[in-house]
Design a binder for this molecule. Sequence first.
Ligand SMILES: [Zn+2]
Length: 502
Amino acid sequence: MPTILRTAICAVTLSLILLIPALATETVDVTISGETQKIHSFHENKITYVSYSELVELLGGTLDWEIVGHQVSYIEGVNRFDFVLGSPFFKLNNKTYNLTYPAIYRDGQLFLPIETFCPFLNGALPQKVTWSTETSGLRIDSQYFNVTDLTVSPKANGLLIEVLMTTSLPYEIYLTEGNWLNISITEARINSSRILSRRDPRTMYKLTTHQAAGSGQISMRLRRNVEKWSHKLAYDPPRIQISIADTRFAFDSADSQPQVGPDDKIDVIVIDPGHGGGDYGAIGPGGTREKDVVLDISRELARLIRKDKQFKVIMTRDRDKTMTLEQRADIANTAGADLFISVHANASTKSRVRGWNVFFLAPAKNDSARAVAQFENSVFLREQSTLEDHREVPDDELTDNPILTILNEMIMTEFQVESHDFAMMAAREFRRRLKIPARGVDQAGFFVLNMVFTPSVLIEAGFISNKKEERLLKSSKYQKQVAAALYDAIKKFKAKYEQKGG
Ligand SMILES: [Zn+2]
């Protein structure tokens, strides 16, 4: 027997012996829908720990142990908890939270400090979960919520939205600016986590819930302007039915070709100069900033399109200004963009790397495409982490951030065919007009494109990290060439898709 293995076995035996005095002998009551059962617990420094392993079993789930990393995961519906033994930090859907007291491994089970953990469990489970310090009891009440679910079903002649309730409650529906449909329900106790998980990106941009003392509200920002609609209260089960008569909401699996833009015309072009304000983008060896050259190129492109009366052009920024990716996407979505073009300049640690790229949104197939997406997405991650943790994330933490990897795979592929088509058209024009090497068309997961509900591409007009291309990117001659190539591609895209649309 190898010495290492023998040592490991000795260590396990030793730890088992040491564990015996610390067995969890106390219990707490868990009342699920009126029925009470007991689970093991113990106190440590006056903190009540309960066996999460046993609680999960009562809830009908399982824990997933990864002993090597001392990690335990629990998945309930759309929610995923990740605990680390001995650590007060845990992740809920990849965001880190603090339990104040560590997760503890005892008697082969996972124990959690219930008082600080309960609010998180309550937020994630479909039932109402409350912990009472006085009775040392946990109460899980599936009867608590009376607004339980939401369904969104695109039909042949429009859209059907249903709000499910346990009893018929008085409600009011009203539309507000920006295609917001609001359902206000008296005496509602909304199962928010369940309802928010029903967001349907095909038909809505946003879905929110708001719980007040005597009422609750569900609001959705629809992708189309609502004109003809009606509502009624239906029964078995009680539910509010809202029908929106508009064939543009209709989706059919047989007709998977999505419509381009809000009408059959390709006329609203949104140009997105990357970065801006405090976000400089990449910086060239001569000090040229990506945010400045991409604004110049974008302005030139906007000028060309504006001269052509068949188009309307909108820029996400037309000056040096900090903008979140969400703000950029909002501008495109509100404008009903038919095409979204994000303009960037590339950078490499190798100064000799040169050439242009055109990217469309799809899971990255190679490391170099993934690296470009990671760099452009890092702004988004900084926004996220500053908002949530109120701290700046150092660069090295961003490069191998697991959230990136996960989000890179969560890609909306609805407009992939059209986006790829436009990318090919742009690449063709670049090949014709630009004298720098062609790195061609590639795919990767850019967050900004993921949030835009229209065909979209991201172009890297050259490498700012290369001295020669930095000079080109700064020159108005090259900027005009890039803009002219994109303008030609836009005209070809319009010709192709308007013909197709009839
Ligand atoms: Zn960039």
